[in-house]
Design a protein around this ligand. Structure first.
Ligand code: HEM
Length: 448
C-alpha cells in the first residue's frame, strides 16, 4: 500500500470505515456514488483490495498506467478463469451472484494465446462483415417499433421500454433468429441479467443458441451466425454455441447501459440540448465519465508478481476499474490536450472489445431516432431520485422515467385503442415470454 500524507476517509456508508477491511462494491452505497468510492480507493495507490460479492475478494486496479500495463502484458496476466485460486479452493461458490460473469467458459473472453487468437479472429471477422447501412436500417426499424408501443402514452421508462429491449432485437436481426428461437434468446438474456431465475434463463439461452447453430448448418443465411460458422477457424458446434452466447451476453448488457447512460446524460445536462446535435459528444463524455462496464477485465497472474508496487500471487483475481482509470488525475491532462478516445471504456490490449464500432453505431442511431420522434422528451422525476442497479461490474440505471407530448400513431394498427387489460400490460415493464414473445410480435408488426 502506498503511504499518503492525509488519512483517507471512506465514503458514507462504506463498512471500510476505520476497519481496514476490503471495500465492498456490491451494496446500494456503491451504486449511489461510485466516484466517491474510486476517490477513496485511489488512496491505496494504483490498486486496492475490494469485495465483489460477500466473500469474493479481488484486487482492483484504479490507475490508468497500471491498467494499461496489466491489459497489455498477456504473458504475466492471464484471462483463463480456471486459474482463479479462490474458486478452485472452494472459497467462492458457483452460486455466487458474480460467478456467471467470472467463471470459465470456452469462449474468446476466457482464453489465452493461440486458442484466444483463433476464437477472437472468428468473432472479429464475422462482426466486421456487418453492413453499416443494414445496421442503421434495422436499428431504426426496431426503434420505431419500440417507440410505437409507448408513444401515445406520453410517458415511458426509457430503460425498460427502450434501452433494454433495443439491443436484444438488433442482435436477433444480426444473428438471423427466426421467431421461436428469437423469443427464447430475449427470454434467456433478459433473465440472466435481471437475476430472475438465472439458471433457467441460461439453460433456455444455450438451448436456443444450439438450435440456431443447427438451423444455420442446414440453411446458412446472410447473418453473423452463418459467417461465424463458415469462418476458416472452423468452429465446432460447441464452440459456436459458446461464442454466440458470449456475443449476446457481452453485447446486450453494456449496450443497454451505453444507450441508457447516454440518454441520461443528454436529459440531465442542459448544454447538449442548448447546443443541439451533440449526440456523439454526449456518447464520448459517457464513455469517459460513466462507462457502462465500470469494473471488469478479470485477469489472473500466471506466477507471483508485482504490479505498480502491489504484490500479487499466482491465481489472484485482479480487475480493472475502467471508470476509475478514466477519471483519475493522470488522465485529465490527456483529455484536456484533446485526446478524446484515450479512455478505457472498451478496455485495451488483446481482449479489448471487438465490437466497439457497431456498438457506437447502434447507440447513436437509437438515441438520434428517439430524440427525433419525441423532440420534447424530458426527465419525469428529479435527477437525484434516479436509482442505479447495484453490482460491481456494470454502471446501469434501474429506470429512466420520461414524459413527452403524446405522439399520433404513424400506422393505422398502432392507433387502435388497446383494450383496458392490454393498456395496463403496456404500462407495466415488458417481460419477455419464452414463447409467442416480443420477437414474434415485432416480426408480426413488420408485416402489418
Ligand atoms: C454490439 C455490442 C457488443 C458486442 C457484440 C461485444 C462483444 C464483446 C466480446 C466478444 C468481448 C470479448 C473479447 C475478448 O475477450 O477477446 C468484449 C469485450 C469487452 N467489451 Fe464488448 N461488446 C459489445 C458492446 C460493448 C459495449 C457497449 C461496451 C462498453 C462501452 C463494451 C465493453 C467491453 C469491454 C470493456 C471488454 C473487455 C472485457 C474483458 O477484458 O474482460 N462492449 N466485447
Amino acid at each position: 500500500m502506498n503511504a499518503h500524507d492525509t488519512a483517507p476517509v471512506p465514503p458514507p456508508g462504506c463498512p471500510a470505515h476505520g476497519s481496514g477491511a476490503r471495500v465492498p462494491l456490491h451494496g446500494p452505497e456503491f451504486a449511489a456514488d461510485p466516484q466517491a468510492y474510486y476517490e477513496y480507493l485511489r488512496h491505496y495507490g494504483a490498486a486496492a483490495p475490494v469485495e465483489l460479492a460477500p466473500g469474493v475478494e479481488a484486487t482492483l486496479v484504479t490507475d490508468y498506467a497500471a491498467a494499461l500495463q496489466l491489459l497489455q502484458d498477456s504473458g504475466t496476466f492471464r484471462k483463463d478463469a480456471r486459474r482463479w485460486r479462490a474458486f478452485n479452493e472452494g472459497k467462492v461458490s458457483p452460486d455466487s451472484p458474480v460467478a456467471p460473469l467470472l467463471a470459465y467458459r470456452h469462449n474468446c473472453m476466457f482464453t489465452d494465446g493461440a486458442d484466444h487468437l483463433r476464437l477472437r479472429q472468428a468473432v472479429t471477422d464475422s462482426m466486421a462483415r456487418v453492413d453499416t447501412r443494414r445496421l442503421s436500417r434495422s436499428t431504426e426499424q426496431i426503434s420505431r417499433y419500440l417507440i410505437s408501443q409507448f408513444a401515445a402514452r406520453g410517458s415511458a421508462d426509457l430503460l425498460g421500454d427502450y434501452a433494454k429491449q433495443l439491443p436484444l432485437f438488433v442482435f436477433n436481426e444480426l444473428f438471423g433468429c427466426p421467431a421461436d428461437i428469437g423469443d427464447r434468446v430475449l427470454f434467456g438474456i433478459s433473465g440472466m441479467f435481471d437475476g430472475v431465475n438465472a439458471e433457467k434463463a441460461t439453460e433456455v439461452l444455450f438451448q436456443a443458441a444450439g438450435e440456431l447453430v443447427a438451423l444455420k448448418r442446414a440453411k446458412p443465411g446472410d447473418d453473423v451466425t452463418s459467417w461465424l460458422m463458415r469462418h476458416e477457424a472452423a468452429l465446432d458446434d460447441e464452440e459456436m454455441v459458446h461464442q454466440l452466447a458470449l456475443l449476446l451476453g457481452a453485447g446486450a448488457e453494456p449496450l443497454r447501459n451505453l444507450i441508457g447512460n447516454t440518454l441520461h446524460r443528454l436529459l440531465t445536462h442542459e448544454r447538449y440540448a442548448r447546443e443541439g446535435g451533440l449526440i456523439d459528444e454526449a456518447l464520448d463524455d459517457t464513455l469517459w465519465e460513466n462507462p457502462p462496464m465500470s469494473n471488469y477485465a478479470p485477469h489472473y497472474p500466471a506466477a507471483d508478481t508485482e504490479l505498480a508496487g502491489h504484490q500479487l500471487q499466482a491465481g489472484d483475481l485482479v480487475l480493472v476499474s475502467f471508470a476509475a482509470a478514466n477519471t483519475g488525475p493522470a488522465l485529465k491532462a490527456s483529455r484536456q490536450a484533446g485526446s478524446n478516445r484515450a479512455h478505457l471504456a472498451w478496455s485495451a490490449g488483446p481482449h479489448a472489445c471487438p465490437s466497439k464500432e457497431p456498438a457506437r453505431h447502434i447507440t447513436v442511431t437509437a438515441v438520434e431516432h428517439l430524440l427525433n420522434e419525441l423532440p420534447d422528451v424530458a426527465l419525469a422525476v428529479p435527477e437525484d431520485s434516479l436509482a442505479w442497479r447495484p453490482g460491481p461490474f456494470n454502471r446501469a440505471l434501474a429506470t429512466l422515467p420520461v414524459r413527452f407530448t403524446p405522439a399520433r400513431a404513424t400506422r393505422p394498427a398502432d392507433a387502435r385503442p388497446a383494450p383496458a387489460a392490454e393498456q395496463e400490460k403496456a404500462a407495466a415493464p415488458a417481460r419477455p415470454a419464452e414463447r409467442g414473445g416480443m420477437w414474434s410480435q415485432f416480426l408480426t408488426w413488420l408485416t402489418r
